[in-house]
Design a protein around this ligand. Structure first.
Ligand code: XMP
Length: 319
């Protein structure tokens, strides 16, 4: 009789048995998988676990604060919070090619993580929120097509480089099971039901070069959009929803003046695994309301478009 409670007990026992008196470090992103893994491991071994949260400066509004509040203040987990935004944004300055953005970000995540792990004096174990589909994917990829659409940022290769053993308590679970486990062990609903968010973050939602000003603008648009989605009760029906800042200025009219400001795009899709996706069919009323709020409340944006491309031929993210 398999229940989440019995899985939790079994997995906690397995973690204790594997780790014994050893020390574990875990990279925390604020996403569902690493959050559930960290909480479970902490329930099992307490302060033998230290989490490292690298803030790359390309997260959504309020996310870094929420990670710290939840994990350090609420769960009392040992947490290293490294604000690496200067490092990331300096390295990204002037970079416009999507693949160069992705590779730069992936490399920096690993470098900063290693640096912080070294400051802690190292550890024998590295915890990761690897899921069953990740295990399958990395197997099928080796014999799969040789075309890379997007180089995904992950920490593959990190454990060998750092000479650590892996702790992967979620590697037999699918996403919906991870969510159920998260609820079982008291991970807050706002984290458990969170949409996927890519490692390269807002950097791949700003075609062209990335600046702090553009990031701030995008965060404002994105927050309004997500707030309206939640208010309308649609968040859980959608796989992913986000805004994209377009590298285009267009002419508009505001009051009795002319504007010449930036345009943005809104995206929302349904999907079961991210491999294919359908556009979410918002009502016209909803889109109209969101567009009205964005143009009125975000200075610097005077035009809003809705991306109606499925995957394929589009991808979910723009870069
Ligand atoms: P695309 O844009 O390829 O995205 O249709 C499919 C799903 O993957 C997410 N995504 C990423 N996730 N690291 C991640 O962890 C990445 O580099 C990355 N790139 C895309 C994307 O948000 C969508 O859910």
């Amino acid at each position: 009789n398999w229940t989440m409670a019995s899985f939790r007990d079994l997995e906690m026992a397995r973690i204790r048995e594997q780790v014994c008196e050893g020390r574990v470090i875990c990279g925390l992103s604020g996403g569902v998988d690493s959050s559930v893994a960290a909480k479970l491991i902490h329930d099992a071994i307490g302060d033998q676990l230290t989490c490292i949260f690298v803030d790359p400066g390309i997260l959504r509004a309020g996310e870094a604060e929420e990670v710290v509040r939840t994990f350090r203040d609420e769960f009392n987990i040992r947490l290293v919070h490294r604000d690496a935004s200067d490092l990331f944004l300096n390295a990204l300055a002037g970079v416009t090619d999507p693949e160069v953005k992705r590779k730069t970000i992936g490399r920096l995540f690993i470098e900063v993580f290693e640096e912080e792990a070294a400051k802690l004096g190292g550890a024998q174990f590295l915890a990761q929120g690897t899921l069953y589909p990740d295990v399958i994917e990395s197997v099928s990829f080796s014999g799969g097509p040789s075309v890379t659409i997007k180089s995904h940022h992950n920490v593959g290769g990190l454990p060998e480089r750092m000479n650590m053993q892996l702790v992967e308590p979620l590697r037999e679970l699918f996403k919906d099971e991870v969510r159920a486990l998260g609820r079982e062990i008291g991970v807050p609903e706002r984290i458990v039901s969170r949409h996927p968010f890519p490692g390269p973050g807002l950097a791949i939602r700003i075609p062209g070069d990335i600046t702090r000003e553009k990031l701030d603008l995008l965060r404002k648009v994105d927050s309004i959009y997500l707030e309206e989605i939640r208010k309308a009760g649609l968040y859980d029906e959608i796989w992913q929803a986000f805004a994209v800042l377009l590298p285009v200025r267009t002419v508009g009219v505001m009051g009795d003046g002319r504007t010449y400001d930036q345009a943005c795009a809104l995206r929302a899709v349904t999907s079961t695994d991210g491999m294919t996706a359908e556009v979410y069919p918002f009502s016209f009323d909803f889109l109209n309301r969101v567009a009205g709020r964005i143009v009125n409340e975000v200075r610097g944006i005077n035009r809003v478009t809705y991306d109606i491309t499925s995957k394929p031929p589009g991808t979910i993210e723009w870069e």
